[in-house]
Write a new protein. Structure first.
Length: 208
């Protein structure tokens, strides 16, 4: 999958390689969100700073090692004008049957509030709809994460239910589920250029 390169204006998404991990770990160590908040279902960002790089590396290696057509995570390093700013991910199971996948992402705090997250989402959705035959995409955000919910609205996601969940130990939160169809997607003004998608198609078992 390492030949994949997805570009939209100043944004470029590429599969995370080992040489990307130190820069991503350093970015996460500088902060992703307010320390009192937790936007992630798995609170990985709350790990002690001296453990964060190891935890992130183990996650990226595990996702790569366990990648199969039946269950896969595509984890892409996001660069803005060549600078690493975060990660855009996609998770799916039984994709060849369901043609649906879940998007998720994070941005370093220094790069938030500039429209980067919106373009990241638009770009990954374009890849999935236009090149990987997706028929529906899903996402989710806690109701106390208005920034993520705003990105979803901008891209065209529709409300798909609210669930009560435990986030941190003993903490109940409401998770808002969202879904996006190809016809509802709001596309970026930046043309999306995709290189090296055919090896990825073969890897996930998609006959194109």
């Amino acid at each position: 999958m390492f030949g994949l390169r997805v570009t939209a204006g100043p944004l470029q998404l590429t599969p995370i390689r080992d040489q990307d991990i130190p820069a991503l770990a350093a970015l996460a160590e500088q902060g992703i969100h307010d320390p009192t908040a937790m936007p992630f279902l798995v609170p990985w960002s709350a790990a002690p700073t001296d453990e964060l790089g190891r935890i992130m590396a183990a996650y990226y290696w595990r996702a790569r090692a366990e990648f199969t057509p039946a269950n896969w995570d595509l984890l892409l390093a996001a660069r803005w004008d060549g600078v690493v700013v975060g990660v855009q991910g996609v998770h799916t199971a039984d994709y060849l049957v369901t043609r649906t996948a879940e998007t998720g992402s994070w941005l370093g705090r220094a790069h938030q509030g500039r429209g980067i997250g919106t373009l990241m989402r638009q770009t990954i959705c374009a890849l999935l709809f236009d090149h990987l035959d997706a028929q529906e995409l899903t996402s989710g955000a806690f109701e106390d994460n208005p920034a993520s919910l705003a990105v979803s609205r901008k891209v065209g996601y529709r409300h798909n239910g609210v669930f009560r969940m435990q986030r941190r130990h003993g903490e109940m939160v409401l998770l808002r589920r969202l879904r996006l169809s190809p016809e509802a997607m709001v596309r970026s003004d930046h043309p999306v250029t995709v290189e090296g998608v055919q090896p990825l198609c073969r890897l996930i078992g998609l006959d194109r």
